[in-house]
Design a protein around this ligand. Structure first.
Ligand code: URA
Length: 425
């Protein structure tokens, strides 16, 4: 087989066979198919799409390019969750210990943030001492011992995705449903959990900009998971504004702690309880929302979170330390009215400029910086009210302040956005 023939076949809108996809992916992972040919293939897929069979073959061939984690020695139905990315998305920090507090094992491998989106690993690493690198044996032992572990994705997992994702990132081929679905699901399948909750974000801060595309991506991933015997549900969630109050690593850990101490925003607390209900249901446990909320706010989830942090070497005193950003600058409403837009993409990019995110993979992060919103979309403000605070380690650049101001839209009509837009099972 020759890569050029397969590229031409896809370019011309024909379906690739299982053998062809297996050949392409295994040779790419072994360095036999060069990046320039794989980029051409990604672009051909961008324009021609892929059939259901091709997406399944692509996913499974990617799984085979690395280690597959065997969680079978852990008792019970092992659960995992994945978000397709967002701004202010601290859900895993809360959801993983919350679900584990019901005795349902949570074994999760997370990723880092890139561009305007944050990553759970970076948030956890803002806690002094927290170790994200664990061997497979340590990961499994931790889940057996305390019921939850959140670690970095092993380098041995889905080698093809590592290479392909980096390539897609620089060839404008990230936002394609077949490639996102196979990238996410190959990692989830290789990570070994029995059930998977997918949080598919939609809106200006997400890869999926409209509900139709988010639904198509969700259905594709749910079918892939269920086909290989992993109970999979997707929840389509709103990412038109940052999630919750905080954007930025340390600030998001602090917000997660607030939520687990019943001091968080009510909308985020409810959103997380609804996600937990779906995740528990996937593990065969039906729990009422009221019971889940009780676990979340009465300290049971927090206790589990602290156990996880301590088990992974994190310093529990440092966990509660406020942000040490040197400057806190208030951004105020310029008129009376309802907040109608706080675009997630723009505020994610602003947080990145403050050092809370990476423009390129090698950028170092400033864990202390970011944004904290006092007001969110749908809330009334009077002129002069603080809408958000900017945490920076340099005196705030006037251009950043102007950008924050320009991205707060205030109008006459109150619209309260829903967090969960659809559940696809
Ligand atoms: N997250 C992933 O893991 N892969 C993608 O392609 C997009 C989001």
């Amino acid at each position: 087989m020759r890569a050029v023939d397969l590229i031409q076949k896809k370019r011309d809108g024909k379906e690739l066979s299982t053998e062809e996809i297996n050949w392409l992916i295994s040779n790419y992972a072994q360095g036999q198919v060069p990046d320039y040919q794989m980029s051409a293939m990604a672009m051909a897929i961008y324009f021609q799409g892929m059939s259901v069979n091709e997406i399944r073959d692509l996913t499974m061939s990617m799984v085979k390019t690395g280690q597959e984690i065997d969680l079978s020695s852990i008792e019970g139905i092992k659960t995992d969750k994945h978000s397709t990315g967002g701004v202010g998305d601290k859900v895993t920090l809360i959801l993983a210990p919350l679900v584990a507090s019901f005795g349902v094992p949570v074994a999760k491998m997370s990723g880092r943030g890139l561009g305007h989106t944050g990553g759970t690993l970076d948030k956890l690493e803002s806690i002094k001492g927290y170790q994200i690198d664990r061997t497979q044996e340590e990961f499994i032992q931790q889940v057996k011992d305390i019921g939850v572990s959140v670690i970095g994705q092993s380098d041995q997992l889905v080698k093809a995705d590592k290479l392909l994702y980096a390539l897609r990132d620089v060839t404008a081929t990230v936002d394609i449903i077949p490639l996102i679905a196979s990238s996410v699901m190959s990692k989830k399948i290789a990570a070994g959990a029995d059930s998977i909750l997918l949080d598919v974000t939609v809106g200006d801060g997400a890869f999926m900009k409209n509900l139709d595309d988010a639904e198509t991506l969700s259905r594709t991933m749910v079918a892939l998971g269920n086909e290989v015997g992993r109970k999979t549900v997707a929840v389509v969630t709103n990412m038109s504004q940052p999630l919750g109050r905080a954007v930025g690593n340390r600030l998001e850990v602090l917000e997660a702690l607030e939520i687990m101490q019943d001091k968080g925003r009510e909308d985020v607390t409810e959103f997380i309880c609804e996600l937990a209900q779906v995740m528990l249901e996937l593990a065969g446990r039906h729990e009422e929302l009221a019971t889940i909320k009780e676990h979340l706010v009465n300290g049971q989830a927090l206790k589990k979170f602290e156990e996880m942090v301590a088990y992974q070497g994190g310093d529990l005193e440092d966990l509660y330390r406020p942000s040490q950003a040197q400057y806190i600058t208030e951004v105020k409403a310029e008129k009376d009215g309802y907040i109608t837009a706080l675009p997630a993409l723009e505020f994610g990019l602003i947080a990145m400029r403050l050092g809370a995110g990476r423009a390129v993979k090698t950028d170092a992060l400033d864990y202390e910086t970011g944004l904290v919103f006092d007001k969110k979309v749908g809330e009334f403000v009077s002129k002069g009210d603080v809408v958000l605070k900017v945490y920076s380690n340099q005196e705030l650049d006037q251009a950043v302040l102007a950008d924050c101001q320009a991205n707060i839209t205030i109008g006459d009509v109150q619209e309260k956005p829903k967090e969960i837009l659809k559940i696809i099972s």
